[in-house]
Design a protein around this ligand. Structure first.
Ligand code: LAN
Length: 726
């Protein structure tokens, strides 16, 4: 459909002229990549350090002499990182890692008749080629994982839709691996769904996703409005598309794919027998027997679904899809729901509709150009997350006092102001949303989703920045209080904080998790990381605004600390759910404990945490854990020590006021030794995770956390040596 395209055989060299790519940053932090067509355009819009850095071109930033001490290392680190700040004050960046997102973008666009520009198509092909497993040529669920049916089938399909011939060596090798893994029949349910939409898997091979669940009484504990928002927002369009059994019209490519994806003849496959057929390599959360029982009942219902009921349920689901699009200016919550919503809207309203146009415009926000080609981002960016951390790092280390950093801090504050949500969603209760007034989300104000810890980190950054003597006070006290109201509205009865909303449904609902590739997906859970960000934000806020809801804040913090104590593992660490893994969550937990005065000397919790971390430090002074720690909830060593994790562990020790200097000195030495001669740090292993089983990249962490750790360690070590510290 998108026409033939010439694909070079090797993907090492870029397929397009990388000097022509520009990252446009506008409208409150939107990030979209553009390929300029002519030299004149390139002259008018020259390439800056941000464009060069993220697309992997040499930044040509000056080399600097090696730092003599930790503070100097932090200073030159920030001097480098400042060059990556966008003109609007935020830090842009890649947010790739999962390998099942780009296929959604490609398949969904194909079904909806939404094309890509040729340079985009070429670089998407190149990204997929570059991310093929070096040995077997397949793809995993994320860039560091082994090949799975899910990753391999979906990326294979993407390459074919984007224009690669089935005889290209990359396709040949991948197809061999796919067939060795048993072929696409045993793809996990989300893969079955995408392939069914594309009309290369039969709908009867799927477990039912009936929209009728929306018609159940809202008081029921399993009503879908009570599910984790990510799962809910994927289920809404899925149930709509399933209810209509939407499928792309057959064309030659689709007919060819039916032959290529399977180890047997497509037309001889027993589809209903595939519903629970999931390849072993893919299986992380096997179905419960409760789920299998319900799915069997629902399959019988599908044979006699009551038309008026189905119609009413489809109407309800469609209304929710439209409300979500309008609440988020068509960014939607995340990339999977983005593409399902897009397909649902275009299927219903057509290719000439306003919905098509608006979805297409915002589709660009998910397309990120990296050194290896074009990928799909995990959200429409990590604007707040990256900006919030570095601003706090600069303020907490004394770097903010340096004249040369002032402008970047004022800019950062300006962006944080524009990133704060100031109203509740347009469609609020009717779309089952939590309040957003005063909140920050993970990316931009436009995306419009409160995240507990993003609100916490945003609030902390603003309070710090607005207390510097040279910054304008852009956010009024009233607006800060709105943020506090939002935080307070998010505490759960046991004291912990979840990600986007309150925990609305009982945990046993996880037994109905249909997505075999993810854990903890059905309901919100409390997380040590989220809880911490809220505790620390409230603690810092009340020092500056002591008169606002002091009793509520005190009680909230006290209960949250109780949750944190309870969540500590017997080994002394906390399990990370969003970063890898124990080092990440333990840093957050120790920060919280320190803000209520709990340290190594006086708190058994802090002491156990320190002892745990010290026990994991390596000979070279670093820490290193694999993403597998998150899958298994137990410490699994990485082959190498990691700068980012070393910083998390060292920060944890500093928060806990660990009294011995040697481990800190060794950690500092390692992080300084790994600093490049322009002040940056090279990319190491993947940093983040979600739903236990999928790793995700936070490449800006390699700047914010070393700067933070080194800057803090400088003063910390001085203090331990008994020197005077300002
Ligand atoms: C994110 C990214 C940010 C992350 C933190 C703020 C770090 C976390 O502390 C709270 C949860 C949150 C907001 C988060 C939730 C799940 C997301 C949106 C992601 C990991 C990015 C991608 C992921 C999303 C679910 C990917 C699509 C896959 C599904 C299972 C729906």
């Amino acid at each position: 459909m998108w026409g033939p395209i010439d694909i070079p055989s090797s993907s090492k060299e870029s397929f397009t002229d990388y000097r022509r790519w520009r990252l446009l940053v506008n409208d409150g932090g939107r990030q979209t990549w553009h390929y300029l067509r002519s030299d004149e355009e390139c002259e008018q819009w020259s390439q800056n350090a941000v464009d060069k850095f993220w697309s992997g071109l040499p930044t040509e930033l000056p080399k600097v002499p090696k730092a003599n001490d930790a503070f100097e290392a932090a200073k030159i680190g920030y001097a480098f990182y400042k060059n990556l700040q966008s003109h609007d004050g935020h830090w842009a960046g890649e947010f790739g890692g999962p390998l099942f997102l780009l296929p959604g973008l490609v398949i969904g666009s194909y079904i909806s008749g939404m094309s890509f520009k040729v340079p985009e198509r070429l670089e998407m092909i190149r990204y997929i080629m570059n991310r093929a497993h070096p040995e077997d040529g397949g793809w995993g669920i994320h860039i560091e994982g082994p090949s799975t049916v899910f990753g391999t089938a979906l990326n294979y399909v993407s390459l074919r839709l984007l224009g690669m011939s089935p005889d290209h060596p990359v396709c040949l090798k991948a197809r061999g691996t796919l067939h060795n893994l048993g072929g696409a029949c045993a793809i996990p349910s989300w893969g079955k769904f995408w392939l069914s939409l594309l009309n290369v898997y039969d709908w009867t091979g799927n477990n039912p996703v009936p929209p009728e669940a929306w018609l159940l009484p809202e008081s029921l504990p399993m009503h879908p409005s009570k599910w984790w928002i990510q799962c809910r927002n994927v289920y809404i369009p899925m149930s709509y598309l399933y209810g209509l059994r939407v499928k792309a019209p057959e064309d030659d490519l689709i007919l060819a794919l039916r032959q290529e994806l399977y180890a047997q003849d497509y037309y001889s496959i027993d589809w209903p027998a595939q519903r629970n057929n999931i390849a072993k390599v893919d299986l992380y959360s096997p179905h419960s027997s409760l789920f299998d029982g319900i799915a069997a009942l629902l399959s019988s219902y599908e044979l006699c679904a009551v038309p008026p009921l189905r119609r009413a349920a489809l109407d309800k689901a469609y209304k929710l899809i439209v409300m979500e699009d309008e609440n988020t200016s068509y960014q939607t919550l995340a990339p999977v729901s983005k593409m399902f919503n897009l397909v649902a809207r275009v299927w219903t309203e057509g290719r000439d509709s306003e919905a098509w146009r608006l979805h297409e415009e915002k589709r660009a926000d998910f397309m990120w150009l990296g050194a290896e080609g074009m990928m799909m981002s995990g959200t429409n960016g990590a604007q707040l997350w990256d900006t919030g951390f570095i601003m706090q790092a600069v303020c907490e280390t004394g770097l903010a006092e340096l004249e040369e950093n002032r402008e970047s801090l004022v800019k950062g504050l300006e962006w944080l102001e524009s990133g704060q949500m100031v109203e509740n969603p347009k469609w609020f209760e009717e779309a089952y949303r939590h309040r957003t007034k005063g909140a920050w989300g993970f990316s931009t104000r436009e995306q419009g989703y409160t995240v507990s810890d993003c609100t916490g980190e945003g609030l902390k950054a603003v309070v710090y920045l607005q207390n510097l003597d040279f910054t304008p006070k852009l956010i009024s006290e009233e607006r800060l209080c709105w943020a506090v109201d939002t935080l307070l509205s998010l505490q759960n009865p046991k004291g912990g904080f979840a990600s986007y909303e309150l925990v609305r449904a009982p945990y046993w609902l996880e037994k109905l998790n249909p997505a075999e590739i993810f854990g903890d997906i059905m309901v919100e859970h409390c997380y040590p990381e989220c809880t911490t960000s809220v505790i620390t934000a409230l603690s810092i806020f009340r020092k500056h605004v002591p008169h606002y809801r002091p009793k509520d804040i005190e009680l909230t913090i006290r209960n949250a600390i109780r949750y944190l104590h309870d969540a500590q593992m017997p080994n002394g660490g906390w399990v990370g759910s969003w970063g890898i893994c124990f080092t990440y969550a333990t840093m957050f937990a120790c920060e919280s404990l320190s803000l209520v005065g709990e340290t190594y000397e006086n708190s058994p919790y802090s002491k156990r945490a320190c002892d745990f971390l010290i026990g994991k430090q390596r000979e070279d002074g670093g820490w290193g854990e694999s993403y597998k720690s998150c899958e298994l909830a137990e410490w699994i060593e990485h082959a190498d020590s990691q700068v980012v994790q070393t910083c998390w562990a060292a920060l944890a020790l500093m928060y806990a006021e660990y009294p011995h200097s040697e481990p800190m000195e060794k950690a500092v030495k390692l992080v300084m030794a790994r600093q490049s001669d322009d002040g940056s740090w090279p990319q190491e292993a993947i940093e983040g995770v979600f739903n236990k089983n999928c790793a995700i990249s936070y490449p800006n962490f390699k700047f914010s956390f070393p700067i933070w750790m080194l800057g803090k360690a400088h003063w910390y070590l001085k203090k331990l040596r008994g020197e005077d510290v300002p």
